[in-house]
Design a protein around this ligand. Sequence first.
Ligand code: GAR
Length: 206
Amino acid sequence: MSGTLKIGVLGSGSGSNMQSIQDAIEAGSLDARIVSVVSDVPDAGILRRAERHGLDAAYLDPAPFKTKLDGEAEARTIAHLERRGVEVVVLAGFMRIVKPGLLARFPDRVLNIHPALLPAFTGIAAWRQALDYGAKVAGCTVHFVDAGTDTGPIILQRAVPVLEDDTPESLHARIQAQEHEAYPEALRLMAAGRLRVEGRRVRILP
Ligand code: GAR
């Protein structure tokens, strides 16, 4: 990889993380280009946001699977990303498990953001899990994706306090504010070639 980093974003939701990445690019603080936005949800906000920014946006039918991107749907997604020259795949609120086919095509080049301080609270609605558990600190994690669920090597984390009167919504909003800084920051490091995966550890090169 050299020059401007070509990013493909996969998302299922509102797309606020994709937006934060595009904002950093437009502000000139991230040397990258979002060359493809793909959603497994036909009316997802992420597709509308992408179109507002003039980005290439597409719904790809994930059938017949409900919780993973596999088989034909995985193959179609890989081909779609390849045709657009994607170098790094960014999962931004993508609510499916990605399988070895995609990971093998983009080795150490699939990133995810998770709304918890991993390895705590993997899976769905992690902010709610943290609140229900009684955690005093919550946060977000940007990590490389491996074959497990939310288990890959950690690139960076941001912590936030859990406040006495927090609701799931207020805590999620506080975490998301950090996500919107953490993802562009992780991609800045990636674009600068400063991330090296050594086993479980990600070294940040000077
Ligand atoms: C984000 O909070 C992200 O961390 C979470 O979904 C939200 C998507 O928001 N991802 C997961 O829970 C993945 N396990 P967005 O669509 O506004 O970026």
